[in-house]
Write a protein that binds this ligand. Structure first.
Ligand code: SPD
Length: 283
């Protein structure tokens, strides 16, 4: 019976978002419950504290959208910070750019990295052995606080939904600290939750970034296993945010190496803000 497929659901506001699969691992780390399943259609998938994080089938919908709008548009991209991202998918996408010289990946939960390397190797892939990637087991908020001014060209916040131990990653004071450690033309790129299933926190993120940075833009697409499916990513900068002004030669190479992202997809995704979000932001 132990190995029989079963329904594993994320419960969210009276709805269930589930995959049918076998449980390969269930353990508690210092911070959270970690579950790995092998599902029929989405392949192996990672759930943390009852929330889907990623699956082999749909992870590119998430990681490509977080990384490429920022990295395809910014000229200087040598120093990158990833906060969270313990499955390795965000680092893998960043490393597609030869100008990326150094990535600091700061993940609070070492177990997430260990489990991802063991069960979800396809996600991190060659990133784990790439010399440009430095892994730090640390609290992202503290890491940012101890970083000197104007240090990173791009910061990616690849965090879980707000919870007891990730709440600080959604605060104005944290975003201000990120701004302090970004280079002049640097970009902050964050997953910004769902306009449907996490509407309040979504609005909060957009308002905060809009207030703290001179420029910010949000794109919408799908992450099939997340509650309601629709998801968002927000990009903010104090100097330049030319998200579709790209180096075409470079973009062609990156596009041919992506499953979901391309420039047309991106340009449409930046025009997808649901009207109720537009109204709320303008009210
Ligand atoms: N609802 C889940 C939001 C999680 C976003 N981060 C996922 C991590 C994938 N690298």
């Amino acid at each position: 019976m132990k190995d029989m497929p079963t329904w594993i659901d994320e419960y969210h506001k009276g709805s269930r978002f589930g995959l049918n699969g076998k449980v390969l691992l269930k353990k508690n780390s210092k911070y959270q419950e970690i579950l790995i399943i092998e599902s029929d259609f989405y392949g192996k998938a990672l759930m943390l504290d009852g929330c889907w994080m990623t699956s082999l089938r749909d992870e590119k919908y998430y990681h490509e959208c977080l990384v490429h709008p920022a990295l395809s548009s910014i000229d200087k991209k040598s120093h990158i910070l990833i906060i969270g991202g313990g499955d390795g998918g965000t680092a893998r996408e960043c490393l597609k750019y030869s100008q990326v010289a150094k990535i600091d990946l700061v993940e609070i939960d070492e177990e997430v990295i260990k489990v991802s390397k063991t069960f979800l190797q396809e996600i991190g892939g060659g990133a784990w052995s790439d010399k440009r990637l430095a892994i730090h087991i640390d609290d992202g908020v503290k890491w940012v606080e101890k970083t000197k001014d104007n240090f990173y060209d791009v910061i990616f916040i690849d965090c879980s939904d707000p919870s007891e131990f990730s709440n600080l990653l959604f605060t104005d004071s944290f975003y201000k600290e990120c701004k302090r450690i970004l280079t002049k033309k640097g970009i902050l790129a964050t997953q910004s939750e769902s306009p449907e299933s996490f509407k309040n926190i979504h609005i909060h993120i957009l308002k905060s970034l809009n207030k703290i940075f001179k420029l910010s833009e949000t794109m919408y697409s799908f992450v099939p296993i997340y509650p309601s499916g629709i998801w968002s990513w927000t990009f903010a900068s104090d100097e330049e945010l030319n998200l579709s002004k790209v180096n075409y030669k470079e973009v062609m190479d990156i596009e041919s190496n992506c499953d979901v992202w391309n420039l047309n997809f991106q340009n449409a995704a930046f025009k997808m803000m649901p009207n109720k979000i537009v109204k709320e932001l303008n009210s």
